[in-house]
Design a protein around this ligand. Structure first.
Ligand code: OGA
Ligand code: NI
Length: 389
């Protein structure tokens, strides 16, 4: 969260990227074949469209030519900067192809103890993962004008490209671009709302997201069995929303020690499966410190959102995590979020409430949860305070 102690603030405006506006925005628009060659009967972008495209050119980190130094609006006050080094603790890596009893135990133990673990042999093919990682990285290498077409600052838009983060309430900027995609289950027509470039994007995302959702649902079933809930407890409306994919892109950062890619936050959904990329950068809160999550080939990093914590009456906890940047390599991670339908109530499961174990959270609809979440921010403590009984 934004700290009042933060030093002189500059609003995140195109001023911080004046360079890229000059070099990219103007030239790109004047010389854009779209504009120069658009026949008279085609609609010419309104001035609002033009402005948003200019902001896209200015704000998207992946569209700026180089980052010679870190603009002030990305510089964090000293107490929020990432430490020079942090503890190396391995997250449990669970092989989902082992016997069901063993896997169930491992998933529940890791889930209760750390709230974060990795899974391998999960059934999503190495090819689907490789193609997904490749097409996502390729998306961020598209020419600036092509990306600008998908850029939006409207946080209610389910499919959009934006910069920095919505996990924060303040004016701070984070060293991250994000492509957000809303995916139906099955994907069906929802893919028509995704970018049509690179050409293979829609097909590749569809082939990735459907089996990945399947892994998430299987993990929920295993967790239910372990906790004494019926295995299909989360089937239906509780996981009936669109699956949201956040493709996070962190370009090489000129001063990784002064900023972050994502602030400390908890996810807002039920369960998250992250392809963290071969370039590490994810850190997880552990005993008051931050630990680096090592990169395991073809693994998903799994964690729980606030809503699973509420639904399990706190048996499974939503753990804070954040993303670091690095100076050398661009990093592209893919987070898949399983979400509930918007208007169904979510509260502690009756089976997990009883004598000596009162409900610890109030029941909320996802819509209501999001309304509150947007006002209190993504930090664990503030969300807990808002929903704890
Ligand atoms: C997220 C997230 C971490 C990463 O998208 O919610 O926590 O390493 N991403 O990109
Ligand atoms: Ni997250």
């Amino acid at each position: 969260m934004g700290s009042p102690a933060r030093g002189p603030k500059k609003r995140a405006t195109s001023l911080s990227f004046g360079m890229s506006v000059k070099h990219f925005g103007y030239i790109a628009f004047v010389s854009s074949p779209e504009l120069l060659c658009s026949p008279a009967h085609l609609p010419v972008p309104s001035s609002q469209d033009f402005q948003i495209k200019q902001r896209a050119m200015a704000n998207l980190l992946s569209s700026a030519p180089i980052h010679a130094s870190l603009p002030d609006c990305f510089v964090f006050p000293p107490d929020q900067r990432p430490p020079a080094s942090s503890q190396a603790v391995s997250l449990p890596v669970i092989d989902l192809s082992r016997g069901r009893d063993e896997v169930r135990r491992a998933v529940l133990d890791a889930g209760k103890e750390l709230g974060f673990f990795q899974v391998v042999n999960h059934g999503v093919s190495a090819e689907a993962i490789r193609d997904m990682e490749a097409v996502c990285a390729e998306f961020f290498r598209l020419p600036a004008e092509e990306k600008a077409a998908f850029y939006s600052e409207d946080t209610d838009k389910p499919n959009r490209l934006f910069s920095s983060t919505t996990y924060e309430l303040g004016d701070e900027k984070y060293w991250r671009d994000c492509l957000r995609l809303a995916c139906g289950s099955p994907v069906g027509d929802t893919k028509n709302n995704w970018p049509d470039k690179p050409k293979k994007l829609r097909e590749v995302v569809e082939k990735f997201v459907e089996p990945t959702r399947g892994v998430g649902m299987e993990l929920l079933r295993l967790l239910c069995e372990g906790m004494g809930l019926r295995p299909d407890y989360f089937e239906g409306d509780l996981t009936g929303g669109d699956v949201i994919i956040n493709v996070n892109h962190y370009p090489p950062c000129p001063a990784p020690g002064l900023t972050l890619g994502l602030p400390p936050h908890c996810d807002r959904n039920l369960i998250t499966l992250l392809l963290q990329s071969t370039v590490p950068g994810l850190q997880v809160s552990y005993k008051g410190d931050w630990i680096n999550v090592e990169s395991v080939p073809n693994a998903f990093v799994v964690n729980f959102g606030h809503l699973l914590e509420i639904a399990t009456n706190g048996v499974l906890k939503s753990i804070e995590h954040r993303a670091m940047t690095n100076a050398a390599l661009a990093r592209t991670s893919v987070a898949t979020f399983i979400m509930p339908a918007a208007d169904i109530p979510i509260g502690p499961a009756e089976e997990l409430v009883g004598e000596g174990n009162p409900p610890r959270y109030r029941t909320v609809t996802f819509d209501e949860f999001m309304r509150v979440y947007k006002t209190v921010g993504a930090r664990r403590e503030s969300v807990e305070k808002a929903f704890k009984l």
